[in-house]
Design a protein around this ligand. Sequence first.
Ligand code: FES
Length: 73
Amino acid sequence: MYICICKGITDKTIRQAVADGKTFKMLKRELGLATQCGTCIEAAVTEYQQALLAEQVAASVRPHEVIAVQQVA
Ligand code: FES
């Protein structure tokens, strides 16, 4: 889904950028996210925050914990 129509930036692009360790400021500078008309800023920030949270949750779960949960279930 497109988040920033002006620059053709999708939610997938933002998620990948977060996975690559990019900050929101870097997305603005490198991709031009929310730098033209600016109407996408709220959606862009929300998408960025959700992607960041998902990365943090994924990083906090260790593989052996996933296996232990799967064995209990
Ligand atoms: S829609 Fe993102 S700057 Fe216009």
